[in-house]
Design a protein around this ligand. Structure first.
Ligand code: F6P
Length: 586
């Protein structure tokens, strides 16, 4: 075993001993056969499981909850309301083994360049490595840099929070505006909302991501430049939306406060690109760095988490990292059949690849988690929304589901009809906390009663006899209800996972986020994807650059398809660039 592998195991509290730890994923004829066999076995098994009703499985087996639930820290995952038996779990675990999940997991943790299209290590786990063990990239331990940056962030955050860091006119900072998009926005925004009870009173956090000027103006118009701190967050520091918003914020500031020298007190940057930060006019002393081995959508644990650190303080940020680290250790150490991220991943594969489900819903019954679905959309769909595998070959199964969702109770009155009686199977994750931060305890109980009732209803459904019974209870004769009865039957057998957290704390949130990161990683391994690049976002960006130039060109463009040419032409006319469209082309 290599030194890196030993380190990775040690940092998760695993002592590499006599037991065999496979640390290489060898793509051999044998492994390909094992994968094919595992998939074939699951296909055969699917035919046995498909007709079974979960309500019967529950009726036959009073221990079903005990066998199909796992706990890690303050997180409980109940996956008993799935269309599975013991054999399903065992076959799915065989699939994970055949796909090389244990080997790839170790490869990620020890810093192999598993992002093979960009030749990069994938080490968001190192950002929350609390063990003191080194992590090597190209022979260099990255942990000193990681810890140095966390310490710099902590010191800066405490200066802002204590009022020591003041605006140019000596006033205390009251508003922090994060300007970033995608991974440089969604994670910090989601966490700041989730941990709102931990935010220092008197500090308001704002997030500007969209290049839509209305969104930018909306935030800026409510701010006092003398008490506002802008964090310009961009891994590349070239993202057009972020750079445009940052330039607008800078102009807004200068137009009100004059002097360029005052910028230093009001603009800091987070990036991997110091040159571009300096070019933008931000002093690199006011820059917080991270590294190319941190993917944008996995970056909230890095300096990208600066707004979180300012909002909740160094100690709570540290607890967030502790939670993620605890989930990392669980992911590394727990047997696959008891491993929360592995189980969630395998259940997803079960429904996407065998039942033909196309989407997956995330339904938090928690106002604090209202942005979790949006955050997970990027995490999941930008990672695994791919149809070419690691080796550049077409993928033969479906990959990332369309992930969607919204807070639970609101969803019940909007789209749950489709979950219960629609023609599509939509597996769903129900997420809630047992303890609430709200003083309105009875509100929480009402919400939680719905939380439990929905998964019960989705699983049980309501048979014809039960429906007729329900009609009879209202005093009506079911015979008079006619075909209405058919509309009131619930097929049931709709799978859900329930994630119950004891309380929304930084640590538990860290665990929850890391749980989903690893779930997505495992699915990527099973589908043999590189989950850490995102080439699919490039083409639209490139075309947009060309089109932007065409708005003010001499004539309407003729180089696109007829639809795009005409739309650009109409836009030019509607915005007064052109009186007559020369190119209403067909
Ligand atoms: O366009 C997609 C993307 O590259 C994401 O992967 C990333 O999180 C986002 O843009 C923002 O990138 P940056 O942090 O470099 O501005």
């Amino acid at each position: 075993m290599t030194e890196q592998a030993r380190n990775a195991l040690q940092w998760c509290g695993i002592r590499p001993g006599a037991e065999e730890v496979r640390d290489e994923r060898a793509e051999t004829a044998e492994s390909r056969v094992a994968m094919r066999d595992a998939m074939t076995a699951l296909m055969q098994h699917y035919r046995d499981i498909e007709p079974l009703q979960m309500r019967d499985l529950f009726a036959r087996d009073p221990q079903r909850f005990d066998r199909f639930s796992v706990e890690a820290g303050d997180l409980l995952l109940d996956f008993s309301k799935n269309r599975i038996t013991d054999e399903t779990v065992s076959l799915l675990v065989q699939l994970a083994e055949a796909a090389g999940v244990p080997e790839m997991r170790l490869a990620m943790f020890r810093g192999d360049k598993i992002n093979n299209t960009e030749q990069r290590a994938v080490l968001h786990t190192a950002l929350r490595n609390r063990s003191g063990s080194p992590v090597l990239v190209d022979g260099q331990d990255v942990m000193s840099g990681v810890n140095r940056e966390i310490a710099r962030m902590g010191a800066f955050a405490e200066r802002v929070r204590s009022g020591e860091w003041r605006g140019f006119s000596g006033k205390r900072i009251t508003d922090v505006v994060n300007i970033g998009i995608g991974g440089s926005d969604l994670g910090p925004k989601m966490v700041c909302e989730a941990l709102e009870p931990f935010i220092q009173p008197g500090l308001a956090l704002h997030f500007i991501s969209n290049v839509d000027g209305i969104a930018t103006e909306e935030v800026l118009s409510a701010l006092d430049p003398e008490t506002t701190l802008f964090i310009v967050a961009s891994k590349t520091f070239t993202t057009q939306e972020t750079m445009t918003n940052a330039a607008t914020a800078r102009e807004w500031f200068l137009s009100r406060c004059g002097d360029e020298s005052r910028i230093a007190k009001h603009f800091v940057a987070v990036s991997t690109n110091s040159e571009a930060v300096a070019d933008f006019g931000i002093d690199v002393d006011n820059m917080f760095v991270f590294w190319d081995w941190v993917g944008g959508r996995f970056s909230l644990w890095s300096a990208i988490g600066l707004p979180i650190m300012i909002a909740i303080g160094e100690q709570h940020f540290s607890e967030l990292l502790d939670g993620a680290h605890a989930m990392d250790c669980h992911f590394m150490a727990a047997p696959l059949e008891e491993n929360m991220p592995v189980l969630l991943a395998l259940l997803g594969v079960w429904y996407q690849n065998y039942f033909g489900a196309e989407s997956h819903a995330v339904l938090p019954y928690d106002h604090h988690l209202r942005s979790l679905p949006a955050y997970l959309q990027q995490l999941d769909m930008e990672s695994n929304g791919k149809s070419v595998d690691r080796d550049g070959q077409p993928v033969l199964t479906t990959t990332s589901p369309v992930l969607w969702g919204a807070t639970g109770i609101n969803g019940q009155h909007a789209f749950y009809q489709l979950l219960h009686q629609g023609s599509r199977l939509v597996p769903a994750d129900f997420i809630a906390t047992a303890e609430t931060h709200s003083g309105l305890r009875h509100h929480h109980d009402i919400m939680m009663s719905n939380f439990f009732s929905q998964t019960e209803a989705l699983m049980r459904g309501r048979t014809l006899a039960e429906t007729e019974g329900a009609i009879a209870e209202t005093g009506q004769d079911p015979a008079d209800a006619g075909h209405r009865v058919n509309h009131m039957i619930f097929e049931g057998n709709r799978p859900t996972n329930t994630l119950l957290l004891r309380k929304m704390t930084p640590r538990n949130l860290g665990m929850l986020i890391a749980l989903y990161e690893h779930k997505i990683f495992v699915q990527g391994v099973i589908w043999n994807l590189n989950s850490f690049d995102q080439w699919g976002v490039e083409l639209g960006k490139q075309l947009a650059r060309t089109i932007l130039d065409e708005f003010d060109a001499q004539a309407s463009p003729a180089t696109h398809d007829a639809s795009t040419n005409n739309l650009i032409s109409r836009y030019r006319r509607m915005t007064g660039r052109e009186d007559l469209a020369p190119g209403e082309r067909h």
